[in-house]
Design a protein around this ligand. Sequence first.
Ligand code: NAD
Length: 307
Amino acid sequence: MRVLVTGGSGRLGRSVVSVLSARGHQVTSVDTAPADLPEGVDTVTADLLDPAALEEAFTRARPEAVVHLAGIAVPFARPDVETLQVNTGLAWAVLSAAVAHGAHAAVAASSPTVYGYNTPSWTPRYLPLDEEHPVAPWHAYGLSKTIIEDTVRALARTARTCVLSCVRPGYVVAPEEWEGAPTQLGHTMAERLADPALAATSLFNYVDARDAAELFALVVENPDKVRGGQVFNAMAPDPLATGPVDALLPQHHPATAAAAAALADGRAVFSSQAAHDALGWNPTRTWREQLRVPTGGSAAPSGGHRD
Ligand SMILES: NC(=O)c1ccc[n+]([C@@H]2O[C@H](COP(=O)([O-])OP(=O)(O)OC[C@H]3O[C@@H](n4cnc5c(N)ncnc54)[C@H](O)[C@@H]3O)[C@@H](O)[C@H]2O)c1
């Protein structure tokens, strides 16, 4: 299948391009930044906010599927208005081009920040957080992702042959970051695990970039198994914490105390069960096997809590 990936040079995009390529797809990566991508991948350097460049990229790639990852990927990385304009403008431009150019599937990267945690009063209705839980974004990045999810639903209302959907990856860990390279917020994974205050800001979620990439591949390979406008959480099955998350979570987010009791069996704060049920997605890379640095924490056996 011909697949166009936007943001293919990025932390997540490099794994998405590699996984799609390894699964036999003909991949075109479009990004403003260059990258060393696998042999056979067509690499286009272009700003997708430029309508002519976008049209040229789609005409060249003739995509049967589109994976849209390009954007400002970290909250507060850029001024708020820029984050909103770039992320929402890119999503509309890329996804509507996917429909117009006859793609059968288009999936956009959203984010768990749509749930709106990290305010003092944030109170989940229940835990773990699944895709049915209401969203309540409060910063420009989270709002931009909420608008992207709405954009997908809006386009899905009239798209006849293209199945549009969203994936919400957890804190993405690129392969080299397990080895000690700095993560998106500047600290290493070992530091993030050692200091619960760091991982608490994402409610202890994470996902290996290769596992997340497999879900993006499954979504575009199986449009018949995806509802138009559907959203999938994409997190590792366990929390990024050496201690019990039902106790840790209320220490950092006091209003979660009542709901956190449901996590006493060690499950993650987020549920990715929908991706497992619809597409058989089974993320296998957990910090317990991937992190090469001694953490001092208990290395309990890994395992999903899917049933
Ligand atoms: N990294 C995470 O933990 C995480 C978590 C949830 C969601 N996401 C989302 O996943 C996507 C990818 O994240 P990432 O961590 O790989 O980010 P990244 O910053 O590493 O990659 C984003 C890529 O988009 C490109 N880009 C930005 N604007 C562009 C434009 N106008 N035209 C073409 N290319 C452009 C950048 O050059 C970059 O290579 C983003 O949408 C992000 O919001 C990331």
